[in-house]
Ligand binder design. Structure first.
Ligand code: V47
Length: 361
């Protein structure tokens, strides 16, 4: 017989009552994978029907030189250290983007690092150049951690930094840098960058300025289930008070080549449970993204039956996760994404960055 707690959670979900922290922790600790998956799928079908979204985008990482050197990251390097430090000039960035623009992309996904010397003007120039040359291609750029850093290096407020970027052509912000919103853990994982309240403050300000954003959670390292659920609740609270999150992307920690290489990679069960539980906890965030680069194509495909309604994009040359041992390809074609979604029984739906439907297949 179904345990009482599970019955009460199921009733809450089916009657649209918000789950509490204890419910989420219970689902992780005792919930049956298929039952959680089924509930999450029901919610997904209510929100986006049989659509599964993807976009055609290109990731550009301006530099890997980073003063933060987070313990979970295999991408960042010191300026004069090992690991092939690089910094693209605005011209090089532009050349790289121009090549991708010829392939029908609708979004540039530009993320940098905390470079020790580049001024805020460098980042503004990159955005301006892209916006002038490709006014029809949406620019999603800079995580909240970078925005906070720009504010520190420029002396401008967070609001001023975001306004200047918006004016230059920034369309929306990606969801990185959230890691786990718990300062005790952040001090062990990433002591040199924005803490939880600062990360949340940047997103709040962006939302107030009409800049849509995504949010993420890095899981499978030193955090507990309780930490994960509390993280989700902090995002849910912010979305209540200052809406603007478009999607949530759970990122399983890839340990290879990091200072935390002793930790085991998460299991497929944990990845799927996390996708499903996030769909159930985050009742006010419309889209849950199964980022195939991290999950691998097989788990990402199954995730579509566990509450995910988005599989991100074609990406083209992903670097951050591949530095940490992601075994997936660095990009896939639109035809491959379409086939993968069709095979799972959903409608492949190409979207732009802000979820306007461009085509179905
Ligand atoms: O903030 C870094 C994570 C993030 C590792 O908004 C790692 O649509 C696992 O946020 N193992 C950056 N994760 C990427 C990101 C993202 C990706 C795709 C789409 C969107 C979106 C956002 O990657 C970082 C960090 O949390 N990360 N190193 C690692 N070893």
């Amino acid at each position: 017989m179904e345990p009482m707690m599970m019955r009460s959670i199921t009733e809450k979900i089916r009657s649209g009552i918000r789950l509490e922290a204890a419910d989420g922790i219970y689902l992780y600790e005792a919930g049956d994978l298929l039952t959680i998956g089924e509930l999450a799928r029901e919610k997904k079908l209510q929100k986006s029907g049989r659509h599964v979204f993807f976009n055609v985008n290109c990731h550009i990482n301006l530099t890997n030189i980073c003063v933060s050197r987070c313990n979970f990251c295999a991408f960042g390097v010191d300026k004069e250290g090992e690991g092939g430090p690089y910094l693209m000039t605005p011209e090089q960035v532009f050349e790289y983007g121009a090549k991708a623009a010829g392939h029908g992309i609708t979004e540039f996904h530009i993320v940098s690092a905390m470079h020790p010397d580049m001024p805020f003007d460098y980042y503004l120039e990159v955005i301006k150049k892209f916006n002038q040359a490709f006014p029809d291609i949406h620019i999603q750029a800079f995580t909240a951690v970078e925005i906070f850093y720009f504010s520190q290096i420029s002396g401008l407020s967070i609001r001023e930094v975001l306004s200047a970027l918006k004016e230059a052509g920034l369309g929306s912000m990606p969801g990185g840098g959230a890691e786990i919103l718990n300062d005790k853990l952040r001090r062990q994982l990433c002591p040199k960058k924005a803490m939880s309240d600062e990360w949340l403050e940047v997103h709040k300000t962006a939302h107030e300025l009409g800049i849509k954003t995504n949010c993420t959670m890095l899981f499978g390292h030193i955090e507990s289930y309780k930490d994960r659920i509390e993280h989700m609740i902090r995002l849910r609270d912010l979305q209540d008070s200052a809406p603007g999150f478009q999607s949530f992307i759970p990122l399983p920690f890839l340990p290879e080549n990091t200072k935390m290489a002793n930790i085991k990679r998460t299991s497929a069960v944990d990845d799927l449970k996390t996708i499903a539980i996030s769909r159930l906890m985050l009742d006010n965030i419309d889209h849950i993204k199964a980022f195939w680069i991290m999950l691998g194509l097989p788990v990402a495909q199954i995730a579509l039956d566990f509450g995910a309604d988005d599989i991100d994009g074609t990406v083209i040359e992903e670097r951050i996760m591949h530095a940490a041992g992601a075994e997936t390809q660095k990009g896939i074609t639109k035809d491959e994404i379409v086939a993968l979604i069709k095979e799972s029984g959903y409608i492949p739906t190409e979207r732009d960055t802000i979820y306007n439907i461009l085509a179905t297949f």
